[in-house]
Write a protein that binds this ligand. Structure first.
Ligand SMILES: Nc1nc2c(ncn2[C@@H]2O[C@H](COP(=O)(O)OP(=O)(O)O)[C@@H](O)[C@H]2O)c(=O)[nH]1
Ligand SMILES: [Mg+2]
Length: 367
């Protein structure tokens, strides 16, 4: 039997060789849906395949996690050591880092966990090298730091590996909603013209995912991949920061080539000489987006000197976890003053989302 890759290729050829007109639209839609389904199958195999072997589980510590993803020997371990003062083994040869090594960077009151990972190589998303472990850790990160150096700077290839593992960099989830129903077929509603997919294709892909009835509302000009991302539902959307290391070694000659190749902003750094490292810390901090929350004891004044620094979008539960693990268990309610409160001193629960400069009192049951 042909492999999934071969089957996909055969269908792609068939599409390529089919005249595109009204009469064949339905047929092509079906073929595209078939490809979408095969890709989904392939992914499932990958995920199952990664069930064996030892996966890395790095306990989250700190307020946010940054995963260093890069080729072997670009300076990931050196950077971790420079940012956090930890001691990750630095080697002059490939594959020095065999496991995920965490360190914590203290910056402007935030504790940011940095994960040094084994170098990623082509085929990582299919489990090559330590690919699986890297990808598991990367999926749990709040930021992915793509790292190359003046010799290995194909960050576009790294991004492709992450993409194939379901990780979407600097993207937001598709603006699509689906309300399934028992009958009535598939109804497509779009709030703007769709230029990249026909209704037939959309319906076929939905059917390939087992959806035969329901209303799908589409609010962007989607393509097949975006629709499949939505239907697969297991994609990770995460911001990225890119660096190119070792600019102390020839940089002027390769600068333009690097720019053209990676097609995104990056910070040129030299870990060895400490160039660009402060700028990188700042960018990591800004990209993560932190807010400050002031704690006020039940009786007494808020501590306006030392805010708690937490990630934007955090709720009261995050704060409780932060303070002490008993706080969630003993939690009764919290009172909030500031931008997130409907009125000063509003009583809220664990799921309440906080805003910058909120003042917060947590009321617990007596122990
Ligand atoms: N010239 C130069 N060498 C560096 C720099 N950063 C790291 N290295 C060297 O590159 C090699 C690989 O570094 P390492 O941190 O182990 O890379 P990793 O495999 O990505 O973790 C080591 O010999 C480092 O000393 C840099 O900024 N400039
Ligand atoms: Mg290393």
């Amino acid at each position: 039997m042909a492999t999934i890759d071969e089957q996909i290729q055969a269908i792609e050829e068939e599409i390529f060789n089919t005249q595109k007109n009204k009469a064949t639209e339905h047929h092509i839609g079906k073929l595209k849906a078939k490809i979408a389904k095969l890709k989904a199958q392939q992914e499932l195999q990958r995920i199952k395949g990664s069930g064996g072997g030892k996966g890395y589980y790095v306990k989250k510590s700190g307020d946010a996690t940054v995963a260093l993803v890069g080729y072997p020997s670009v300076g990931k371990s050196s950077l971790l050591n420079r940012l956090t003062g930890s001691d990750s083994e630095v080697g002059a040869y490939n594959f020095t880092t065999l496991e995920v090594i965490p360190g914590v960077m203290d910056y402007k009151g935030a504790k940011i966990q940095i994960l040094d990972m084994p170098g990623i190589i082509k085929g990582a998303s299919r489990g090559k090298g330590r690919g699986r472990e890297v990808i598991t850790a990367a999926r749990a990160a709040d930021i992915i730091l793509l790292m190359g150096d003046v010799y290995s700077y194909r960050l576009d290839v790294l991004e492709r590996e992450l993409y194939d593992a379901g990780i979407r960099l600097d993207k937001v989830p598709p603006d699509i909603t689906l309300s399934p129903s028992d009958k009535g077929g598939i109804i497509i509603r779009n709030t703007l013209p769709l230029t990249r997919m026909t209704e037939v294709e959309i319906a076929e892909i939905l059917r390939a995912y087992g959806i035969v009835n329901g209303i799908i509302t589409i609010r962007e000009d989607i393509d097949t991949d975006t629709l499949v991302d939505f239907l697969a539902g297991n994609r990770i959307y995460v911001p990225q920061v890119a660096v190119i290391n070792k600019i102390d070694l020839e940089y002027d000659n390769v600068r333009d080539d690097i720019r053209n190749t990676i097609g995104r902003d990056f910070i040129p750094i030299s870990v060895e000489e400490g160039v660009g490292v402060e700028e990188l810390k700042e960018l990591i901090y800004d990209t993560l987006g932190f807010i400050r929350v002031y704690l006020k004891p039940q009786r007494g004044k808020a501590d306006m000197e030392e805010p708690l620094v937490i990630l934007e979008g955090s709720n009261i539960r995050t704060v409780c976890d932060h303070l002490h693990r008993d706080f969630v268990r003993l939690f009764r309610y919290a009172k909030v003053w500031g931008k997130s409160a409907k009125f000063p001193g509003q009583s809220v629960g664990l799921d309440h989302i906080l805003a910058d400069e909120d003042v917060l009192t947590i009321v617990t049951r007596g122990k």
